[in-house]
Design a protein around this ligand. Sequence first.
Ligand code: HEC
Ligand code: HEC
Length: 145
Amino acid sequence: MKKTVLAILAGLMIPLFAAMGAATADDVKSLRGGKAIPDAESPPTVAKLILDQESFDRNFKSQPPLIPHKVEKYKVNLKANRCLKCHDKSNYKEEEAPMTGKSHYIGADGKEMDKISMKRYFCNQCHVPQADAKPLVKNTFKSAK
Ligand code: HEC
Ligand code: HEC
């Protein structure tokens, strides 16, 4: 019984490996370039963040706004959320920061809550700063009007 299963599996693997072999190294270009695997690539330069404006234009409706300030020192974990210290609806006015989107306080029952919805707790999942970097791959993206 076991042997037949193995034989069938082996039968399935052979055409799979054959298909993988069909693409030669010349067809596939990795973002790393043509370097051999043991060669070390020099690290890319760290792109500078764009920090000279109050906000970024949104590229499509319902895009999470991009962050116009540094974020690396603002921790978000189970114990603390530094972003909320400035952006929560309870304190954004004193901090002179824009309030976290109203949608962030809507609970599973569709009602507004005092505390941030856990679905929106990990801010950096959706909000990121912007760097003036060259795109890694060419693309034809155009903003929505
Ligand atoms: C010390 C206060 C402070 C902290 C901490 C902070 N922010 Fe901000 N944030 C601001 C202020 C003030 C602005 C308004 C633009 C400016 O002055 O830089 C802003 C702007 C933004 C915007 C742009 C809003 C828009 O409508 O364009 C986003 C998004 C944002 N912050 C997200 C975050 C996230 C995510 C974190 C945590 C990683 C965070 N902020 C931490 C103060 C803060
Ligand atoms: C699941 C994705 C997601 C997460 C997580 C999230 N946001 Fe947002 N955020 C959005 C989207 C989408 C918008 C724009 C539409 C809206 O207001 O809902 C937005 C809007 C905002 C705005 C601008 C509000 C305005 O009226 O212009 C701020 C500030 C903000 N978020 C901060 C935060 C902070 C701080 C956190 C973490 C506590 C967070 N967000 C977590 C998706 C997210």
